[in-house]
Design a protein around this ligand. Sequence first.
Ligand code: UD1
Ligand code: MG
Length: 451
Amino acid sequence: MSIALIVLAAGKGTRMQSDLPKVLHKIAHAPMLWYAMRAGSVLEPEHSIVVAGHGADLVEASAKDFDPEAQVVLQTEQLGTAHAVAQAKPALDGFEGDALVLYGDTPFIRQETLEAMAEARAQNDVVVLGFEAADPGRYGRLVTDGEELMRIVEFKDASPQERNITLCNSGVIAAKSDVLFDLIDAVENNNASGEYYLTDIVAIARSRGLSASVVRCDEAETLGVNSRAELATAESLFQTRARAELVENGVSLLAPDSVYLSWDTVIGRDAEVEQNVVFGPDVTVESGARIRAFSHLEGAHVSRGAVVGPYARLRPGAELAEDTHVGNFVEIKNAQLHQGAKANHLTYIGDAEIGEKTNIGAGTITCNYDGVFKHKTTIGKQAFIGSNTMLVAPVTIGNDAMTASGSVVTSDVPDGAMALARAKQVNKEGFATKLFAMLRAKKAKKQAQND
Ligand code: UD1
Ligand code: MG
């Protein structure tokens, strides 16, 4: 069955105390909105519709950043969840599949849960995702009769007996698209909030002889974010889960609580991550690589057998092939290190390509920026870059070439050549001894004057 996702994201999020729309606040480097979209993507939706209101332009840009095909529809006034879903109706005109409603501020719904919803939908006209709440608070309550869902009652409208129900509404609802919009057309706003409640569609469906049921999920999946404090809780929850998932998949985390992951971090089995490592967005670490303590990675790819750190920084476009080594206080940006290349100490490599088995000496800098343009440094295979070489780009160093330490290399070095680009050394015999004697005498004289 083809699926249309409808992600509700029009709310202002007053309690965030922010100019940024709530759903654009980030968890592990990704806007909250992307989590709902990513969870829904497992169903390979034919339509991904985001209902935006507050900050709609920003929400639209972000939704399209995640999925260029996403459609954003506007809800100019927030008149309730049913009214929000109704805004997607024109976009789904003639669509024959199922619609699945998600909230943009509920980032932890699992893909498996949504798959279960889609399956249950095949047997029932309306499917609601519910959970047993430890403290049901102000959630809508699911009124059931055996396995059947009879209706949903909002907390504000619930009787004392109904408030005792602990099975609560997560907000996720699935129904055949045209059925959903038919039901929503019948929703009224004569309730305690004066809003059009999406939850009313269950009772309306039953009154029309349609069936409704509940799929249950863990309460943790339904965690919503309404304030900065809840955002911090969500961040920490994400980190705990993502670490646990990596460990379960065979990654060694030596001190899991000190490793910060991004929403999209990929680490292969038998890779090892030491203490205090930070992963920014878009990092892939292959099996068996080792990320040593205090390293910071973003937009980087680390291949099998590579060793990074301690204290390394990989910036976007860092491509480390197999068995490469990047050591302490080395920064790599937009550069490829081919197999077995090494840069072990105190180096900046930016906009560069480093050939197989080339060794970059301590203190080497690619001078890639002239103040206006960026330029490329290309180094061949098995080259040896002497310590403290300045490679003034654009520049090419050949295969098996060398640079003498301390060189400022401004022109290309052919294969097999050695570049020596520094002042020639001159030794003045006995000069140091004489100079020391002179300076010490001067110091003694000064001290005598002060006494
Ligand atoms: C809703 C449910 C409640 C459920 C709870 C779970 C209804 C009537 N109630 O209540 O049963 O237990 O979620 O968290 O559906 N939104 C819009 N436009 C609107 C109104 C809301 O886009 O006009 C969006 C909000 O931004 C939010 C989501 O819909 O992402 C839910 O709205 P919210 O006001 O938080 O609903 P609750 O009162 O929490
Ligand atoms: Mg809410």
